[in-house]
Design a protein around this ligand. Structure first.
Ligand code: 4NP
Length: 155
């Protein structure tokens, strides 16, 4: 699956790293191809934001060296599931879909949110404090766990 956000330096690399850590814990790393990208090109080639890397370290989630890249049309062919982190990202990805089959691959991260979280999107932590990054990691851990259970139940 491909996780998508705006810059590919905060939310979507965190989702990729959290999901990869869950796969590794369960010995499933060879069963799924997991990547992330941004709809914008501002940060292409950069490491994740140091504040997000710090939040991931606090949560015990390892960094795999991911560098930011931009979403491209070819991603519709390379991935079965494309997971935008917020509604704006979802709109930007859907705008590039050429077929109903492309569009059907796009499912928002919120599909797997815990019902009690009261959120409809992964909040953008970029302009806030460290607590916002920790909250995103917590939300992504719960959501990625539900996503993996969902995929495992379909397999
Ligand atoms: P992300 O966060 O989309 O979760 O990677 C952001 C990264 C960069 C910017 C905004 C959000 N920016 O405005 O440059």
């Amino acid at each position: 699956m491909l996780f998508v956000c705006l810059g590919n330096i905060c939310r979507s690399p965190a989702a990729e790293l959290v999901f990869s850590a869950l796969l590794a814990e369960r010995g499933l790393q060879h069963r799924f191809r997991c990547d992330s990208c941004g709809v914008a090109a501002y940060h292409v080639g950069q490491n994740p934001d140091s504040r997000m890397l710090a939040a991931l370290r606090r949560a015990g989630i390892p960094y795999n060296g991911h560098r930011a890249r931009q979403f491209q049309q070819a991603d519709f062919h390379a991935f079965d599931l494309i997971i935008p982190q917020d509604e704006e990202n979802r709109g930007d990805v859907l705008y590039q879909a050429r077929t109903p089959a492309d569009a059907a691959k796009v499912v928002p991260m919120s599909r797997w949110f815990p019902p009690e979280c009261g959120l409809t999107e992964v909040p953008d932590p970029y302009y806030g404090g460290a607590g916002g990054f920790d909250r995103v990691v917590t939300l992504l851990r719960a959501s990625c766990t539900a996503l993996l259970e969902d995929l495992a139940s379909r397999a």
